[in-house]
Ligand binder design. Sequence first.
Ligand SMILES: Nc1ncnc2c1ncn2[C@@H]1O[C@H](COP(=O)(O)OP(=O)(O)OP(=O)(O)O)[C@@H](O)[C@H]1O
Length: 578
Amino acid sequence: MNELKKLYLQLNKYIKRYGVLIGVNFLMTILAGVTAAAPLALVNRLFDKGISGGSEKDILYAACSMIGLAVMGGFLIYLSTIFSGRISTGIYRDVINDMYVKIQSLDLKFFTEIKVGELMVRFTNDAQNINTMILNLFNLLSYVVQAVVLFSIAMYTDWKLTLSIVVITPILIQIVKKYAKKLKKAGKDRQEATGDLNSTLQETISGIKVIKAFATESYEKSKFKNLTNKLRVHSMNSIRYDAKSNSITEGLNYIIVALLLMFGGYRVIRGHGFTTGHFITVIGAISAMYTPAKRSVGTINNINNNSSAIERVFEIMKLEPEIINGENPVKFDTFKRDIELSNVFFSYNDDEDYVLKDINLYVKKGETVALVGNSGGGKTTIANLIPRFYDVSKGSIKVDGIDVRDYEIKSLRRNIGIVPQETFLFGGSIKENIRYGNRHATDDEIIRAAKMANAHEFIVKLSDSYETEIGERGVLLSGGQKQRIAIARAILENPQILILDEATSALDNESEKLVQEALEKLMLEKTTFIIAHRLSTVINSDKIVVLQKGEIKEMGTHHELIAKNGIYKSLYERNFED
Ligand SMILES: Nc1ncnc2c1ncn2[C@@H]1O[C@H](COP(=O)(O)OP(=O)(O)OP(=O)(O)O)[C@@H](O)[C@H]1O
């Protein structure tokens, strides 16, 4: 019952949405339950008046009534199943929609901390389990109603005989209670194991190249086997508890019927107005009670088995993003003057372990700033702070004199274009991928952007030109081609501030030239931060910032820094010279 209450509380918002349908279905389910159990009430008349009394009229009456109830019952069951389905699939849809909206709102940090496979399980298995549970609840209601009606018929016919048998009920309740807890725990373990399995599978698919390159297939296989074994153990636990609970209830049923036959048989022989009709009615009702009672136990077990799914779904729903709009946020419209980082400190884990320390950087509109330095120096982190993917721990970042935390986030981000190191293209056509930069762009604008990005020429050579599907269903593009599509996308977005994370992977000379040209066109008249790996971008930058262990060690133009003969010069000689 506790579980049901928790289920209700968490799903309350969704249940309310379907209030009327739930109410109607509630009544329908009760009626269906009553109709399914009612024929037993006619048995007495069939036997005592019909068969024993030799009245064909009563036999016909009982038979026709049973047929009538059967037709009505069938109709009600059909309707209540459809209604239950409408409710459960509706709630399922709303839950996963809400969960999707929720994860879209969460900070980047969440996605670096959770495994993709794990998140997928919450959307698929766990949310689907909620759907099943709602269906189960209506089934449970129907079973309980059937059991109550059958019990009432038996009590009405002969309460003494019925009660003498029903004393066994508390044992049944104890069994259900005992296994409910165990099943819940086993269900949770099983769902967690499924999550681990999915994460590993997802990692294998994404990292297949690494696995093959390192020839670690056997290692991965044994890791996977361990996980499938673990899943099997937890699944077996669920099955074992279910089996124990089932076998005990099944065994009790036979005992109950045997006792009934014995006590009932005695009473028929001894008379006292107890007829064969009464005997068959009580036996029939009590045995018929067994099916809904057993199904109720099974359904309760099932609910317990899957109830942790709800918790796992609502764990996500409960999360709140930390990076949100402040009160009365300023809409970012036109970038006018400058960007200024003042005494910026940043740590990923909200501790004193700063990965950026006392960063001061002033960038005028139209300037190009190259961020250079050893790996782990903090280049990407600085780039992440400007569009507020993370918030500074101390200090401030101001755009046109206004702290980025005071801007409306979406308007700020819409004006900051990002070309990441690893180009990500969505499934769909090339045109759709470029249009991602501006949903309202016309075909002409898309082609113009592709031309500027040096992508048009290779696109028109593809089988379906701009309509060519990318990835799984279509062509696979080369690294340089993907980059140029990403650049076309950014050109179409036409942001005022640009963050470029130059790809480190080497392209051949021709491709490199095309990408470089495209980037230069993209950067035209924009204020650009480049995480730079290429010689030309570094040399031509207005400002080069040398980062080391989270601190700015040097800053200036290429010539100034070379003349300084410091870190930049040695970095330059090492990395860029040839
Ligand atoms: N999501 C994260 N959570 C915790 N620490 C992180 C995270 N991302 C980066 N770091 C740490 O922050 C520091 C700076 O990383 P950053 O990615 O900014 O360096 P980088 O200069 O861009 O390096 P690279 O050139 O290798 O990309 C590193 O020590 C890194 O381990």
